[in-house]
Design a protein around this ligand. Structure first.
Ligand SMILES: Nc1ncnc2c1ncn2[C@@H]1O[C@H](COP(=O)(O)OP(=O)(O)O)[C@@H](O)[C@H]1O
Ligand SMILES: [Mg+2]
Length: 635
């Protein structure tokens, strides 16, 4: 079909009024003025003209009676055309004709703008249909052709409602048209309404499709026309149905899943909850929906924190992951739920609430706690066992070594005595060379040293039961410290007393404990001196170092403790492992025997106490000696 042909078809039948026809056929404009007047008006005007002409001829005939009949008719016709008609034309028709010329000009302008509008209506992708007051189609654009399958020629002047599938929809439209007319009448033509419906229409090929129809009324040429914009919403509908479908499936899944599931608005109002949720909490759906999550399920003490967490997650759009929360059931029990949230968005992407999906971990948590507890007990028992074992091994080792040492000491003591006596005899001789005197002095020194070792060995091996008495710990410590404090001060070491405020009485053997404390103090002193040998004292002072032995006493229900903390070189891990071994020493030859702590360990053990070491290499060491308290009963 040719384009221009279409246009013709479209415009001509679409012109129920003269103007539109005129727009297509300008030649017929001349006939328009007469048609502007009603037939009655024209008839009366013509009658009056004829009557006036007749009346004029009667006057002439009366004035000149001799005029023949033929002349009279001729004069009558002349009067009519020459006098009466020009007068009537001049005074009556002319002004109207002037108006009409103006009208014609305006109507031409209108036609032009209408044509422009029509071309726009043609070009749009939406189907546009114009319906006149009788409900007949008077305009039908190309998009409408494509949508409905009818050409403009086929559809023109057909009733619009024939396109609509169900009579049900007629009611919509008719009601709308009627209301619209009423409105327009009431408002004197000023109100141009608008309406929108979703209906099904039938295409030429009988296929029914869903469309959205927007109606608006326009006042055209003294009659109310309706412009229908029709939009195919098949895809939208399908998407909507698919969405509904998937939502339904999703709901079903949520409903069935064995997870505590609820959807709440930002203020906590519950919009949805699944069966499992109800099962865990013991409520019924009707009691839960629309109620507030916090009021119904969360204890007051958790409100602030949980609300804050929820609001934060909504405001910052970070979802909550693996949060544990106690909820209250209908019977007042508490269940522990671990939950995640996902934000619920509206069509504009704003968060309107959250979906909560959680797991009831009450039972799991309980069994986990039991497991943890028994693990902890097991660990402690194991630790104690290990401690007892090392203690046992250590005591065994010390005991067997003790026997050996006692034997060795005894065996060596006699030869040493003989050497010592012999040297003394030898040195009483006269005429000894200076070399011999020097050599015998060295021998004597070494014999003394060996004796000291054997003495220590005997001490170590001595299975002397301690003579336990009630001792005032602070007094005893003061006496012990007094033996070494002055010498230590010469080595830049101060002793700091950090004693418990009240007196402490313990049970012990004064001699043996003096040996222990003197050894521990001696070790601390050696360690701090070693540090000063390694770095000079000046250098250390610059670094803020002070040679300091802090002696602290503490007391608890059963035990008294003495803590010796020094600022020496500290104890390495390796040393710590072997520290109580007899003959283990890190000190240079002649300085240490490695028996001090081995003996101390035995003594403290015999007292029913214990020794502990704490050390950071380079930061000094801390030795703690714990001894049983003297109580009312055992004192
Ligand atoms: N306060 C301490 N600081 C650093 N090391 C220490 C300290 N007390 C003991 N030791 C380490 O333990 C070892 C064993 O000490 P001990 O049994 O008293 O023997 P000795 O003092 O004869 O070496 C020492 O040689 C030393 O290495
Ligand atoms: Mg020592």
């Amino acid at each position: 079909m040719s384009k221009s042909g279409d246009d013709q078809v479209r415009y001509e039948p679409a012109a129920p009024k003269k103007e539109q026809g005129g727009a297509q056929k300008p030649a017929s404009q001349k006939s328009r003025p007469l048609l502007e007047y009603s037939p009655v008006y024209l008839l009366v005007t013509i009658m009056l003209t004829l009557f006036t002409a007749e009346w004029l001829i009667m006057i002439i005939l009366n004035m000149a009676p001799g005029i023949p009949q033929e002349w009279a008719t001729l004069i009558n016709a002349l009067a009519l055309t020459v006098v009466i008609f020009p007068v009537v034309y001049f005074f009556h028709y002319r002004p109207k004709v002037r108006d009409l010329a103006e009208l014609k000009r305006v109507s031409l302008v209108l036609t032009e703008s209408e044509r422009r509008i029509r071309s726009v209506m043609e070009a749009t992708n939406d189907s546009i249909i114009q319906i006149n007051e009788k409900g007949l189609i008077v305009f039908w654009n190309r998009a409408a052709e494509a949508l409905f399958g009818y050409t403009a020629k086929e559809i023109m002047n057909k009733k619009f409602l024939t396109l609509v599938t169900s009579p049900r929809y007629y009611v919509f439209f008719e009601k709308w048209f009627r209301n619209e007319l009423d409105l327009v009448k009431k408002n004197h033509g000023d109100s141009m309404g608008q309406g929108q419906f979703e209906v099904f229409i039938k295409r030429k090929n009988e296929k029914v499709i869903p469309v959205e129809v927007s109606l608006s009324s326009v006042w055209l040429e003294d009659s109310l026309h309706t412009i229908c914009m029709v939009r195919d919403i098949t895809i939208r509908k399908k998407a909507f149905v698919a969405l509904k479908e998937s939502e339904k499936r999703f709901r079903e899944a949520l409903e069935k899943v064995c997870m505590v599931t609820a959807q709440v608005e930002a203020n906590g109002k519950i919009m949805f909850c699944n069966d499992y949720f109800l099962r865990v909490t013991g409520w019924e759906k009707k009691d839960v929906l629309g109620r507030n999550l916090f009021a119904l399920f969360i204890a007051d003490k958790f409100h602030a924190a949980l609300k804050k967490r929820l609001y934060e997650s909504i405001a910052m759009r970070v979802e909550i992951k693996q949060m544990e929360q106690e909820i209250i059931t209908r019977s007042g029990d508490c269940r522990l739920v671990m939950f995640n949230t996902t934000n619920l968005l509206d069509h504009k992407g704003r968060v309107i609430g959250v979906t909560i999906i959680g797991e009831d971990i009450t039972e799991r948590k309980k069994s986990e706690e039991i497991k943890k507890e028994s693990n902890e007990r097991l660990r402690k028992a194991n630790e104690e066992l290990q401690k007892a074992q090392t203690q046992l091994v250590r005591s065994e080792k010390l005991a067997s070594l003790g026997h050996l040492a006692a034997g060795v000491a005894h065996e060596i003591r006699n030869p040493l005595n003989i050497i010592s006596t012999s040297i003394q005899l030898l040195s009483m001789e006269e005429r000894l060379s200076p070399e011999t005197v020097k050599t015998s002095r060295i021998v004597m020194e070494q014999v003394k040293r060996a004796s000291k070792i054997t003495e220590n060995l005997r001490e170590f091996a001595r299975e002397k039961k301690p003579e336990i008495i009630k001792m005032d710990l602070h007094d005893f410590l003061e006496r012990t410290i007094a033996l070494v404090e002055y010498e230590m001060s010469l080595e830049n070491i101060t002793v700091v007393r950090n004693f418990n405020s009240g007196p402490i009485y313990l049970l012990g053997d004064e001699d043996q404990l003096a040996q222990v404390f003197l050894n521990v103090i001696g070790n601390a002193r050696d360690s701090m001196n070693e540090k000063q040998e390694e770095f000079s004292y000046d250098e250390l002072q610059k670094r803020g170092w002070v040679g300091q032995l802090v002696i602290e006493t503490i007391v608890n229900e059963h035990m008294a403790g003495v803590r010796f903390r020094d600022t020496g070189v500290g104890v390495t891990r390796e040393t710590k492992e072997k520290i109580y071994d007899p003959f283990y020493t890190t000190k240079r030859e002649g300085k240490g025997t490695g028996l001090g702590l081995a003996i101390a360990y035995g003594i403290i053990e015999n007292h029913g106490g214990r020794i502990e070491i704490e050390s950071d290499v380079g930061e000094g060491a801390e030795f703690s000696v714990f001894l049983p308290l003297a109580t009312e009963r055992n004192a």
